[in-house]
Design a protein around this ligand. Structure first.
Ligand code: GDP
Length: 195
């Protein structure tokens, strides 16, 4: 059966985290704005409308909690980071919200870090991966927009990230445009959330 997603909570400030379901088993989705996170969430949901996609990056300003049916764990869509065309103050506010969530989410099993397969590792992505390693939180790397690259470039990018992250498993390949990697992504999410 195709899993489905139900939006159960939306959080805008660190204070509101007190009301969020932080204890339930959950996987967070993180990535730079425009990496294709909303498109990926919509693919997981089998719907074009659940998460707002936009050609204007940085539109998702909240943390959205989705319950995965029937598995029962939560997927937590974090605001995209690194959007350049906003004020420094606003960017810092998002950073604080993401960090507060990562520190407080006792049910957090792993963070799926979305990485643009077309780009060399970006310093904000490397920062995120390092932060997670220091916190002891498993990172699940996902290369997005895989339809935009040749298999040769994808293999090279996978090897690059595997070395950087010092993990034996290469990043998953995913395309919201074609659906490539969808089954593998669900498998990895289920396994990380439920063991
Ligand atoms: P977000 O800011 O991370 O939520 O990114 P979006 O999901 O809004 O996607 C940003 C842009 O990349 C949009 O123009 C999408 O149509 C495009 N995009 C997202 N995923 C894919 C993909 O798998 N393949 C291709 N070719 N384009 C994609």
């Amino acid at each position: 059966m195709q899993p489905s997603l139900e939006l159960i909570a939306t959080i805008y400030t660190p204070e509101q985290l007190a009301t969020a379901p932080l204890d339930a088993p959950q996987i967070a989705l993180a990535g730079r704005s425009n990496v294709g996170k909303s498109s990926l969430v919509n693919r997981l949901a089998g719907s074009k409308k659940l998460a707002k996609t936009s050609s204007t990056p940085g539109k998702t300003r909240s943390i959205n909690f989705y319950r995965v049916h029937p598995a029962g764990y939560h997927l937590v869509d974090l605001p995209g980071y690194g959007y350049a065309r906003i004020s420094k103050a606003e960017r810092a506010k998002w950073g604080e919200l993401i960090e507060a969530y990562l520190r407080k989410a006792s049910g957090l099993r792993a963070v799926a870090v979305l990485l643009d397969s077309r780009l060399d590792p970006q310093h904000l992505d490397i920062d995120m991966v390092s932060w997670l390693r220091q916190a002891g939180t498993p990172a699940l790397a996902v290369l997005t927009k895989a339809d935009k690259c040749t298999q040769r470039d994808l293999s090279r990018r996978q090897a690059q990230w595997r070395d950087l992250m010092r993990t034996p498993a290469p990043p998953l390949l995913f395309s919201s445009a074609t659906g490539k990697g969808l089954a593998g992504l669900w498998h990895a999410l289920d396994k990380a959330a439920l063991g």
